[in-house]
Design a protein around this ligand. Sequence first.
Ligand code: NAG
Ligand code: NAG
Ligand code: NAG
Length: 214
Amino acid sequence: MRLKVQTSLAIISVFAIFTRISATETICNGTELSVYDDLDIGGLTEKPCTKVFGDIVIANLNGGKRMSNYWTIEELYGSLFIVNTTNLGDSVNLQNLQTIHAAESPALVIRNNRGLRLAIGARLGHVSTGSNITYWFTDNWPAAMTESEHYTLFMASDKNRPVFYTDNHFTTRQCDGWYYKLWTFVFGTLCFMVSCALIGLSFYGRREETKKGI
Ligand SMILES: *[C@@H]1O[C@H](CO)[C@@H](O)[C@H](O)[C@H]1NC(C)=O
Ligand SMILES: *[C@@H]1O[C@H](CO)[C@@H](O)[C@H](O)[C@H]1NC(C)=O
Ligand SMILES: *[C@@H]1O[C@H](CO)[C@@H](O)[C@H](O)[C@H]1NC(C)=O
């Protein structure tokens, strides 16, 4: 029992230290993170930006780049535009993004990109915008985001019903009923097996105790 308490205390303190370290913030201007052609990439800030004020524009790029600057962003006070790019792949990664407070434009404007795999993390929990469109995704091939990322965006939106302006056609088959049924079956089976194992374990443990009692 005491060991358990000590362990949990240790875990809590490690967690506290970790959150304090990660709480240090670096403020950037959106222009420091914006690129309008391939040559601009060298001029991107090296700062580990966590809070960004102003729009981020990523435009007219061709080919995969190393752009790790977006990884650290947690709060964006502005919009993110990604337009007219080809073959960026997963160069733009926003795994740590938590909030977007856009002004007049949609929070995300993803237009006319070929071969873009935008990574939006599940940490995104709050999106607001003064625009009557929340997310603008048009003319991207293939779809720049996965369905689960769309779900994250849907849940994060300020309004009850975020407005997606999009022509996305999903190439994945995730919408199909059989897909969900398959996973429901797999998880159901797994849960059943785990329950059986737990019940078995508890019986086993009890028998040991009674043995000890004797
Ligand atoms: C960002 O910097 C530009 C000039 O580099 C300036 O015009 C703009 O007001 C700045 N934006 C914010 C939000 O500070
Ligand atoms: C993207 O391309 C369109 C058409 O080629 C052009 O009108 C627009 O200005 C471009 N956007 C940016 C941000 O460069
Ligand atoms: C959004 O507002 C603009 C005018 O500001 C209007 O033209 C447009 O139809 C509106 N769109 C939606 C989806 O309400």
